[in-house]
Design a protein around this ligand. Structure first.
Ligand code: HEC
Ligand code: HEC
Length: 261
């Protein structure tokens, strides 16, 4: 850099001349500005994964819907999620038979932009709290295994035996060495964690997308981050194996495939 006549040479130029107080003020201003920017973009600080907390009030709010009114509202959801809650495209989730708490939380998170989706944010925003409770009641009531005549793509082909083995071990036993708990302890059929959606009838492509989104923290709405942790510990091959496993409908019968080698 060329020295300009009249200005002091060496260490005296621009940032070093600022007093500690000025630096602090600049820092505060920059932090405030970035917080405002984040707010303006609808991205809340990542520290708060969701505004939903499981309390007697939220459990009651998610459980008081009217399934009949929900069925009428769901006409707006049918063309993507399927008439019986089984969608015709792999990246759109099946909603049939999913637990009320789980669907309710996702709709609340879409409404508050805690979970981002081009399709779902505007749709969820247009629903009133009563609408949300009603569609939740409707989808939770639909049979998890619907009429095979329905135009749906579930179940998908079975994974090859290698992949099936990898997935079934993780679903049934997890991996103690890496600190991965068994999926079925939270997602059923063995145990349920409040807000953990049923996976036994979920599309492979959707499951894979969600595991990848959690692993990269692109989806960060899991309270206490069980999924960002678990998905981040899985290898890419394991994420594929698990997606294929659930997509093939194997999650319903874990015992048949559980025997670890
Ligand atoms: C234009 C297509 C479209 C319409 C219409 C639509 N959805 Fe969705 N929905 C999606 C897609 C795509 C996703 C997955 C988003 C992602 O990948 O994160 C989704 C995700 C969801 C989820 C999250 C499910 C889970 O297991 O986490 C819920 C709940 C949901 N939608 C409910 C509804 C309801 C209720 C309606 C109607 C009021 C509706 N959707 C209308 C496309 C649609
Ligand atoms: C400690 C409990 C726990 C364990 C273990 C767990 N999950 Fe989850 N999972 C959750 C919860 C809770 C959610 C819902 C997060 C939210 O609120 O958005 C979730 C969400 C998901 C979703 C998104 C579902 C949807 O419909 O949007 C997928 C896919 C998933 N988990 C797969 C897995 C797989 C595969 C494993 C095993 C390797 C696993 N999970 C282990 C608790 C768990």
């Amino acid at each position: 850099m060329q020295h300009i006549k009249g200005l002091p040479r060496s260490s005296g130029s621009f940032p070093w001349r600022l007093s500690a107080a000025t630096m602090l003020a600049l820092l505060v201003a920059a932090t405030a500005a970035s917080a405002l920017l984040l707010q303006a973009r609808g991205t809340a600080p990542p520290r708060i994964p969701s505004y939903v907390e499981w309390t007697p009030d939220t459990v009651a709010a998610s459980s008081r819907g009217d399934a009949f009114r929900g069925m009428l509202l769901a006409r707006r959801c049918d063309h993507c999620h399927g008439a019986e809650g089984f969608s015709a495209v792999g990246y759109t989730p099946n909603l049939a038979g999913i637990d009320r708490l789980a669907i309710w939380k996702q709709l609340e998170d879409f409404r508050s932009y805690k979970r981002l989706s081009r399709e779902m944010n505007p749709i969820a925003e247009s629903l009133s709290p009563r609408d949300v409770a009603d569609v939740v009641a409707y989808y939770a009531k639909l049979p998890a295994f619907a009429d095979p005549q329905d135009k749906r793509i579930f179940p998908q082909p079975r994974p090859d035996p290698g992949h099936a083995g990898i997935a079934s071990r993780l679903v049934s036993f997890g991996d103690g060495e890496r600190g991965i708990p068994p999926c079925q302890a939270c997602h059923g059929p063995v145990g349920y964690r409040p807000g953990a959606p049923l996976l036994v009838n979920q599309n492979a492509e959707y499951v894979l997308n969600q595991l990848e989104a959690f692993a990269s923290a692109g989806r960060a709405n899991d309270i206490n981050m069980p999924m960002r942790t678990v998905a981040g510990l899985l290898t890419e091959d394991e994420r594929h194996a698990l997606a294929e496993y659930y997509g093939a409908g194997l999650g319903l019968e874990p015992a048949s495939l559980t025997a670890p080698k």
